[in-house]
Design a protein around this ligand. Structure first.
Ligand code: NAP
Ligand code: FER
Length: 335
């Protein structure tokens, strides 16, 4: 392998159902040459996130789809190795939407400078980046927690869920997480301080929610949808708040499931269910990053990363993440 090439991962075909390795193509091309007004970034870390599955489809979204033959989209952080703009210098660390590749050209628009003295630079695409901000605004703004509330978080050990649950604990709530393996359940309870965890694959979710939430559920931070969500909604309290952060159980289905069919629970409980996108809160990112960093420094907020080395492993790692093989934030260490 030539270390002087740009390794890119392209969308080779639009997946049907779960993506497969054949839906991606890894190629080597020349490292791009920069022009006036541009900068060249050597990517250090790539973030793999569930939203990317949606971008592989040819459907209208908040952002355009990836075209077949194009580099897969993705947030990444890297080091500027050449700059011909006055706003950025060689050696600076920047985070941006650089895609699944080992080098990226940019005109600087939309890039965020990262101070490497403040912590590991990959935090900028994890707890101190899109997933952490999603947890922050989804939990605090959409769900409006009150101390003593019972909070359920689904996909609780993942990039967003682990932060959302811990923020709820910081706010004085009782927090129950659902996850797909016993190891994940153990992690959120033993390492992150959740009050209880439910393995939705092996337990009867309804029965386990009854014992973990004897006084009902005040807040549901939903990352998954499907039957887990149906069972939570049946148990909401008066005035409950439900944030629809994501519905990962549906992303790889060729025919989305119907439901939930029990929304009268919201009527009876005078409850609020709200979908949200993190990007709507951009004007308040600084506030959120400041508080998240403070909680990390105070040891009130932990975060687990699931690191795989090598950009060539991005397709398999992404497929694995959609199948629940990750524990924590899925990252590719590119260089
Ligand atoms: P993640 O939780 O780190 O990884 C995805 C996890 O989804 C897997 O580890 C797996 O964990 C779980 N999963 C997969 N299939 C499932 C199924 N059928 N039923 C239940 N769980 C399933 O991913 P993340 O980055 O933190 O994202 C979590 C959610 O937040 C996603 O829905 C994502 O789309 C959403 N999100 C939304 C925004 C926004 O702005 N609204 C921003 C970022 C992320 P298990 O082993 O537990 O099954
Ligand atoms: C995500 C899932 C879906 C996400 C964004 C979306 C940023 C938006 C989808 C759309 O607008 O079609 O995890 O994270």
């Amino acid at each position: 392998m030539n270390s002087e090439s740009n390794i890119k991962v392209l969308l080779a075909a639009r997946p049907k159902g779960y993506p497969r390795n054949e839906d991606f193509l890894v190629i080597e091309s020349e490292i791009p040459k920069i022009k006036e007004g541009e900068l060249l970034v050597k990517i250090d870390w790539l973030s793999l996130d569930p939203y990317m599955r949606g971008r592989m489809n040819d459907v209208k979204s908040y952002a355009p789809s990836v075209e077949v033959g194009d580099v897969m989209v993705g947030g990444a952080v890297g080091t500027i190795i050449e700059s011909r703009t006055s706003l950025f210098s060689k050696g600076e660390i920047v985070e941006g939407s650089f895609g699944w590749q080992s080098y990226a050209l940019s005109n600087g628009v939309g890039l965020r400078k990262i101070n490497p003295d403040l912590g590991p630079i990959q935090s900028s695409i994890g707890v101190l980046g899109m997933p952490g901000l999603t947890a922050y605004f989804g939990l605090l703004d959409v769900c409006q927690p009150i101390a003593g509330d019972t909070v359920v978080v689904s996909a609780a050990s993942g990039a967003v869920g682990q932060i959302a649950g811990q923020i709820a604990k910081i706010m004085g709530c009782r927090v129950i997480g659902t996850a797909g393996t016993n190891e994940k359940v153990q992690f959120i309870v033993d390492e992150l301080g959740f009050d209880a965890g439910i393995n939705y694959k092996t337990e009867n979710v309804g029965t386990s929610l009854n014992s973990a939430c004897p006084d009902g559920i005040d807040i549901y931070f939903d990352n998954v949808g499907g039957f887990v969500t149906d069972e939570v909604i049946k148990r909401i309290n008066t005035g409950a708040r439900i944030a629809i952060c994501g519905q990962v159980s549906q992303y790889n289905l060729e025919e989305p499931e119907l439901g939930p069919r029990n929304l009268f629970h919201l009527t009876k409980s005078q409850a609020k269910m709200e979908g949200f996108l993190v990007f709507a809160y951009e004007a308040r990112y600084d506030e959120a990053l400041h508080r998240l960093s403070k909680w990390i420094n105070q040891d009130k907020l932990k975060y687990k990363e699931d690191i795989v080395e090598g950009i060539r492993n991005a397709p398999q790692t992404f497929i694995g993440m959609l199948n629940g093989e990750n524990l924590g934030k899925t990252l590719i260490k590119v260089s």
